[in-house]
Design a protein around this ligand. Structure first.
Ligand SMILES: [Zn+2]
Length: 118
């Protein structure tokens, strides 16, 4: 497994996501400015009346992007800790095939299934 390559792709993916999230925020600020007389930039506006018909779609996309970004941040952190490739929950090695498919995965398949089931 080429860790440098994986790290590089995680870093560029992180950049892309940060940009995407920023664009969501900017788009939202702009639409809020148009919709209200006040300038509101903070996240509390997400709870307020929804002037944009597609805001909910944006929100879930933004949410996905943020969640993915968290995983990527954690994966990059694990490179620093030299623990990349091991499960955050049980410490077992994550299979290479799994890491190749989803390089920012931080749990082994067993733990992920367990945690997803709750
Ligand atoms: Zn595990």
């Amino acid at each position: 497994m080429d860790r440098d390559r994986i790290k590089g792709s995680l870093e560029s993916e992180r950049e892309r996501l940060q940009k995407e999230i920023q664009e969501f925020e900017e788009e939202f600020s702009q639409s809020m400015e148009e919709a209200t007389e006040e300038n509101m930039y903070d996240q509390h506006m997400a709870d307020a009346a929804n002037p944009m018909h597609n805001r909910e779609v944006d929100l879930s996309l933004e949410d996905n992007a943020k969640r993915m970004l968290e995983k990527i941040d954690r994966a990059l952190e694990k490179f620093e800790e030299d623990s990349y490739g091991s499960c955050d929950n049980c410490g077992q090695e994550i299979t290479e095939g799994r890491l190749e498919a989803v390089p920012y995965v931080n749990l082994c398949i067993d733990c992920e299934r367990k945690l997803e089931r709750g």
